[in-house]
Design a binder for this molecule. Structure first.
Ligand SMILES: [Zn+2]
Ligand SMILES: [Zn+2]
Length: 296
């Protein structure tokens, strides 16, 4: 899908969720994603690979600490090479309370990351870490997941939260309990003003059987229909694990879903501010003229 900057709204010209080979389950490096984003006329590309963790846990699905420096450098180098594409440096992070200082001090303060994405792929259930996809199995684990997700939003670390409906790939009940939990999650997102992500990666996966229907694991339609009532802030992202997934057909379908359900002005206006504020900070980093936003 080639963006038309003259006619497409800002929120369609952005992808803030991009992986690299370093997480062990994606392909391609920073340059390949930047080239694809430029071919497809994106204004803003944010990298958000799976963060390394200080104790090396869950190492098979995330970056090694030894690759952090090169990841940082590859993005900083690309910032200068791919104008007019504007590039941001981010990380997708599990919410692990003991690593909050690493996120804050090492990534945000020392390395000047532009943003962190909250990605709850695992959650703490009575001291045991469960995978969100597969680990939500009953009323209790659904409630624990919901409370954990709300605590992650409340930490103040994350600029937005990835795939809040990730659990729907193995949870098939839009029942009263689920609605009550999701109402609490959406209410917290609204009051904390944390955007939630419609994640296109679930549209690239095998469909699952849900009663008489087959559906994609996520985005989960009843969740987003409920979200539309809450007037929350939203972002649509590729969650690209291959350069070809930047604004591919799955992203197009996610955009169409967002447009059909949400009030675009209230859902996406935060991205215009985000876009503009990071544009100005990039100008300062590049030593260019005052106040000029390079991607406009
Ligand atoms: Zn994720
Ligand atoms: Zn991701």
């Amino acid at each position: 899908m080639i963006i038309n900057p003259a006619t497409d709204p800002v929120w369609r010209n952005i992808n803030l969720h991009t992986h690299t080979w370093r997480c062990h389950h994606a392909q391609g490096d920073v340059d390949a994603y930047c080239q694809k984003a430029r071919e497809r006329n994106l204004h803003l590309l944010g990298f958000s690979d799976h963060t390394p963790l200080p104790d090396g846990r869950w190492a098979s699905i995330r970056m090694d600490m030894s690759h952090l420096e090169a990841y940082d450098l590859a993005i900083e180098t690309a910032r200068h090479q791919y104008a007019p594409l504007h590039i941001l440096k981010g990380m997708e992070c599990e919410f692990v309370p003991e690593f909050v200082n690493f996120y804050r001090e090492t990534l945000l303060d020392e390395r000047k990351f532009d943003y962190l994405v909250g990605g709850v792929h695992l959650f703490d259930c009575d001291g045991q870490w469960l995978y969100t996809s597969g680990g939500v199995q009953d009323a209790k684990t659904l409630r624990v997941y919901t409370d954990f997700f709300i605590a992650a939003m409340d930490s103040g670390l994350f600029r937005f939260m990835a795939h809040p409906d990730l659990f729907a790939g193995s949870w098939l009940h839009w029942d009263a309990q689920t609605q009550s939990c999701m109402r609490a999650l959406l209410d917290a997102a609204r009051s904390l003003e944390i955007p939630l992500e419609i994640n296109a990666n679930g549209l690239r996966q095998w469909p699952i059987q849900d009663g008489a229907c087959r559906r994609q694991p996520y985005p989960w339609l009843p969740f987003w229909e409920m979200a539309a009532e809450f007037q929350i802030q939203v972002v649509v992202n590729a969650d690209a694990h291959h350069p070809d997934e930047i604004h591919d057909g799955a992203v197009q379908r996610a955009f169409l879903m967002a447009e059909s359900l949400l009030d675009q002005h209230s859902a996406f206006s935060w991205l215009e501010f985000f876009h503009a504020s990071h544009g100005r900070s990039a100008v300062r980093r590049d030593g260019a003229e005052n106040g000029r936003i390079p991607f406009q």
